[in-house]
Design a binder for this molecule. Structure first.
Ligand SMILES: *[C@@H]1O[C@H](CO)[C@@H](O)[C@H](O)[C@H]1NC(C)=O
Ligand SMILES: *[C@@H]1O[C@H](CO)[C@@H](O)[C@H](O)[C@H]1NC(C)=O
Ligand SMILES: *[C@@H]1O[C@H](CO)[C@@H](O)[C@H](O)[C@H]1NC(C)=O
Ligand SMILES: *[C@@H]1O[C@H](CO)[C@@H](O)[C@H](O)[C@H]1NC(C)=O
Ligand SMILES: *[C@@H]1O[C@H](CO)[C@@H](O)[C@H](O)[C@H]1NC(C)=O
Ligand SMILES: *[C@@H]1O[C@H](CO)[C@@H](O)[C@H](O)[C@H]1NC(C)=O
Ligand SMILES: *[C@@H]1O[C@H](CO)[C@@H](O)[C@H](O)[C@H]1NC(C)=O
Ligand SMILES: *[C@@H]1O[C@H](CO)[C@@H](O)[C@H](O)[C@H]1NC(C)=O
Ligand SMILES: *[C@@H]1O[C@H](CO)[C@@H](O)[C@H](O)[C@H]1NC(C)=O
Ligand SMILES: *[C@@H]1O[C@H](CO)[C@@H](O)[C@H](O)[C@H]1NC(C)=O
Ligand SMILES: *[C@@H]1O[C@H](CO)[C@@H](O)[C@H](O)[C@H]1NC(C)=O
Ligand SMILES: *[C@@H]1O[C@H](CO)[C@@H](O)[C@H](O)[C@H]1NC(C)=O
Length: 398
């Protein structure tokens, strides 16, 4: 399984609310994913603006996580060197977005699955995100143009919906926010119902969400990072025994992808899983990951596994050393820490947590060729400080 998928990394990881291990089982349910968008433009050229938008989104998401964690548990320096950085803006450089037709190729990469909220059920297209801990969907009072093509939540049409105190707000890439009131209702994923689940039907969405074919995000992250400071959906479902085991798995490929809740589907993989403690009450963070290039260990660090992030971010020095070891590679963009490398070179990059190597496929490493230079390609590993502290790698799922 590890060689046939675009994302060899996430595939083999099972995230368990037990903070440890996994138990193989076949009692869960499957939610099929549809893959959306790409940082590569038609023809295989790297799309700088789309990448920039994605980077700003990722940076701001972890900024929000830091704010939430500080507010929830009073800790900022959860890891040495962690600090709140200023919000990152998305400033298009190479083209004017408004004057160009937007296609589904823009933005990052998302795996979208269906959920429903309320009684009777109202359907939504959702990005399942292990890097955040709240559920939000577009609410029926969102009147901006960017909400036009969205499915919206209407509380007056749900017999189980209830308004709650407070507001929800996240700042995203284009300096606009996703914000709205707070409700509870029944949230159903693959037929698994969590009742009285906290979520936000938002009144505003950022422009960057307008063109994406999704109506909201369901956070599969840990409770301490919740902006609502409420129990995330999977934890609610587990506490209500709606899901048979505190275990979920994702299979992410470019053709067939799904989320499996309450176990693993042994038809979808071969070999054995590895088990590692996450050693964090904030993120799905595995300590002591090793970056391997052509069989040699290059760096070690704490690794956050994030299905809602597209790219891979590492400490700038370690990433610089990675590309220094790829002949012909060079810094492509100082601001974002992106590097280019010769398209025809085949660096074998892998991550290792003490067991097997989890290979990054050549296709997953390649974000497309540099405009004006068909022989140089942009790599999906970026050297960037996201404020997460020293020696933290953020592993997205492109
Ligand atoms: C497990 O995967 C197989 C192969 O895709 C599929 O036929 C089967 O329905 C899946 N089982 C469940 C419970 O989703
Ligand atoms: C999600 O729901 C839409 C609309 O009901 C449907 O067309 C689509 O096939 C569903 N997707 C999946 C993966 O189930
Ligand atoms: C944008 O789309 C419209 C309508 O489909 C089309 O008429 C127009 O030529 C397109 N513009 C560009 C720049 O592709
Ligand atoms: C889950 O909730 C939906 C919508 O409220 C309802 O139609 C369905 O019967 C519920 N399923 C279970 C197993 O309770
Ligand atoms: C939309 O506004 C109406 C009227 O104020 C209110 O009853 C309803 O709860 C609002 N919907 C959401 C999702 O906030
Ligand atoms: C939530 O936002 C609304 C509209 O902006 C505002 O009227 C209300 O006071 C806010 N409530 C809280 C608890 O912040
Ligand atoms: C971003 O938003 C904040 C608060 O709304 C505002 O103070 C700041 O000037 C904005 N920055 C840009 C670049 O628009
Ligand atoms: C899916 O990924 C495989 C392996 O990386 C690649 O060969 C294939 O062209 C991809 N298919 C699509 C539709 O992108
Ligand atoms: C877990 O994290 C703490 C705090 O960062 C660190 O002191 C400890 O060594 C880590 N444990 C392992 C097993 O990596
Ligand atoms: C974070 O969450 C865990 C588990 O829910 C809890 O035990 C812990 O006390 C929380 N706070 C911190 C600072 O880790
Ligand atoms: C991680 O590395 C540190 C330092 O090398 C070591 O003390 C610790 O036991 C390791 N943790 C795990 C889980 O291997
Ligand atoms: C194009 O990229 C290749 C590979 O990175 C590099 O060797 C070459 O110098 C570049 N050509 C130009 C004109 O920049």
């Amino acid at each position: 399984m590890f060689t046939t998928t675009r994302l060899s990394l996430l595939l083999g990881l099972i995230l368990s609310t037990a903070h440890n291990a996994f138990i193989a089982a076949q009692a869960g349910v499957s939610i099929e994913f549809r893959k959306e968008s790409s940082i590569r433009r038609p023809g295989g050229t790297f799309d700088y603006d789309a990448a920039l938008e994605q980077i700003a989104h990722d940076v701001n998401k972890y900024r929000t996580n830091l704010i939430n964690i500080k507010r929830n548990v009073g800790v900022q320096g959860w890891n040495e060197g962690a600090e709140l950085l200023p919000p990152r803006m998305y400033i298009p450089r190479h083209r004017k977005r408004q004057s160009e037709n937007l296609s589904s190729e823009e933005g990052g990469t998302y795996w979208i699955g269906n959920i429903s909220i309320g009684t009777p059920p109202q359907p939504f297209r959702i990005d399942f995100d292990t890097g955040s801990s709240d559920l939000w969907v577009v609410g029926n009072n969102c009147s901006t143009l960017s909400c036009f093509s969205k499915n919206t939540y209407n509380p007056s049409q749900s017999s189980t919906g209830a308004s709650q105190l407070g507001n929800f707000s996240i700042q995203y890439a284009d300096n606009t926010t996703v914000s709205g009131p707070i409700f509870t209702d029944t949230v159903s994923v693959g037929g698994i119902n969590a009742t009285n689940q906290y979520f936000s039907p938002v009144n505003t969405i950022s422009q960057s969400f307008a063109t994406e074919h999704l109506d909201g995000i369901l956070g599969l992250g840990l409770p301490n990072a919740s902006q609502l400071n409420q129990t995330p959906w999977f934890y609610t479902a587990r506490a209500q025994s709606a899901v048979s085991e505190g275990l979920f798995a994702m299979k992410l490929t470019n053709t067939s992808s799904n989320l499996y809740l309450g176990g693993t589907n042994s038809s979808l993989y071969t070999g054995d899983f590895e088990s590692h403690p996450i050693n964090s009450s904030f993120y799905w963070l595995i300590p002591n990951g090793t970056l391997v290039l052509n069989g040699s260990a290059l760096a070690t660090g704490n690794t956050i596994i994030d299905s809602g992030t597209t790219l891979i971010y590492g400490p700038p020095d370690a990433v610089s050393s990675l590309y220094q070891n790829i002949p012909g590679a060079s810094l492509y963009d100082l601001m974002t820490g992106m590097y280019s490398y010769p398209c025809n070179s085949t660096p074998h990059i892998a991550f290792n947590w003490g067991g097997r190597n989890f290979n990054l496929s050549a296709a997953s490493f390649n974000l497309g060729n540099v405009p004006k230079n068909k022989t140089a390609c942009v790599g999906s590993i970026l050297g960037a400080d996201l404020g997460l502290g020293s020696n933290v790698w953020l592993l997205g799922d492109r």
